[in-house]
Design a protein around this ligand. Structure first.
Ligand code: ZN
Length: 262
């Protein structure tokens, strides 16, 4: 009997300790850093792999060689999409992606000059649409796309915003966040002559406040992390993407776009 009472007491104290632990769990700090914002429900819609690239170039420079996909590999990846029946759609069709057979989206961040010299001819070859997220303050600077190149790519490429100066948005005041989002949209619309309604959070840095300001100006926003596959019905301000890095083999590419480990 004593043993049984002792056991009951032990179980009771463990349950209490457990729930106390939950209640006492510290709240996330309010420090300016990315906050994990969960999707409301498990994915049930149509899978839309949203690929993202930076540079398409064999001329490597800077500290991140993985950001430079070889033009040859990029060509192979596009050929893979074509021969495997993917329909490359534009970002603003993402919510209607269920209309298409095996929809996929191609995006580029930062607006590097090689997107015109190296990526665009390959996009032309396959007649694939793409979206380039421009840093408006760097348009026309050495190494970045200029107005003329942007004009020439309009038949296949949609130009969207990656802010004015590529800051960590969560570290800015609300006023500066507003400036980065509104000003870049205005400048890119003036250059491209079309509506800019999507944002790529620079360095994948966002929190609830950034999302709230984004909603004022944009219909969509894309992430860097967490990487993964977007499904129709997911939050349009938390669009997951798949980072395509230099080292990725074509076998890895085929797995990645199907959401499989590479
Ligand atoms: Zn960027």
């Amino acid at each position: 009997m004593v043993k049984r009472v002792a056991l009951l007491l032990l179980i009771l104290s463990l349950i209490l300790a457990g729930s106390w632990g939950c209640l006492r769990r510290p709240k996330p700090a309010d420090a300016p850093r990315p906050v994990k914002i969960e999707q409301a429900a498990p994915a049930t819609g149509v899978a839309v792999p949203v690929l993202y690239y930076h540079l398409i170039d064999d001329h490597l420079y800077g500290p991140y060689p993985s950001m430079f996909v070889s033009p040859k590999e990029f060509d192979k990846q596009m050929a893979y999409l074509k021969s495997n029946g993917y329909t490359v759609i534009s970002l603003d069709e993402i919510e209607q992606a269920a209309r298409y057979t095996k929809p996929a989206i191609i995006t580029f961040d930062d607006g590097y000059a090689d997107n015109y010299t190296n990526a665009y001819p390959i996009l032309k070859k396959y007649n694939f649409k793409a979206t380039i997220f421009l840093i408006s303050g760097l348009i026309g600077k050495p190494g970045y796309l200029n107005k003329e190149e942007i004009g020439k790519m309009q038949d296949l490429v949609s130009f969207q915003s990656h802010t004015v100066s590529h800051p960590y948005l969560t570290k800015l005041s609300a006023k500066l966040q507003d400036y980065e989002l509104a000003e870049s949209q205005k400048e890119i619309e003036a250059i491209a002559g079309r509506k800019v309604d999507a944002l790529a959070y620079p360095i994948g840095d966002y929190n609830r406040q950034v999302i709230d300001i984004t909603r004022r100006y944009y219909k969509y926003a894309v992430l860097m992390l967490p990487g993964g596959i977007y499904h129709t019905g997911d939050d349009p301000y938390l669009i997951k993407r798949l980072n395509i890095q230099r080292s990725l083999s074509i076998d890895g590419f085929s797995k990645k776009i199907r959401g499989l480990p590479t």
